[in-house]
Every structure is written in C-alpha cells, then in structure tokens.
Ligand binder design. Structure first.
Ligand SMILES: [Zn+2]
Length: 97
C-alpha cells in the first residue's frame, strides 16, 4: 500500500486519488489514514466506540465555508485511524451504515 502524506490516505495506485501526487511512500502501521466522512453525532459516537476498544481515532471538523464563516457548528467530521486498524474500522462502519 502507498501513502500520501499530504492527504493522509492509503491506496494501492501509484498516484494519490485525492491530489494526484506521485511522491509517495509505503504506508506504515501507525500512519493515520482517512477512513470515512461522517456527520457530527455519528463521529462522536464512533470515537467513543473506538476508544472503548483502545483504537486511536482522530476527528477533523469538515464543513462548508458558509457555515464556518458564521461560526456555526461544522456539520461533519473526517475520521482518521491508524493503518493497522483501517480495515477493522471500515468494516465496522459498513455494518453500522
Ligand atoms: Zn494526496
């Protein structure tokens, strides 16, 4: 698997599917990778569930420019987990969807 340090995504192609960058390195087990975009309530639930299983998880607020400009709560989160937990978390999200 390759890893793009700019976007934090892991993928098998030889260029990043998000930014098109070709300067990549092999992914490591402790790299945080983008696993999903979820709404706010779902993100907070997910983080709690993962923490109870001792899985590290990072939530990045993600919303429209309009909302952030007026300081309203951002509507969703980008969810990052370590590569070693990536498949597990993705599976978990699929089952809960
Ligand atoms: Zn990229």
């Amino acid at each position: 698997m390759n890893f793009c340090e700019r976007c934090n995504v892991a993928f098998s192609e030889d260029r990043c599917p998000k930014c098109g960058r070709k300067k990549l390195r092999a992914v490591r087990d402790d790299d945080f990778c983008l696993v999903a975009q979820v709404d706010r309530a779902c993100g907070e639930n997910l983080k709690r569930n993962l923490e109870s299983e001792r899985i590290d998880c990072v939530l990045m607020p993600y919303g429209t420019g309009f909302r952030s400009k007026f300081a309203l709560p951002l509507e969703s989160y980008l969810v990052y987990v370590k590569y070693k937990d990536f498949d597990y978390v993705r599976q978990m999200l699929k089952e809960n969807a």
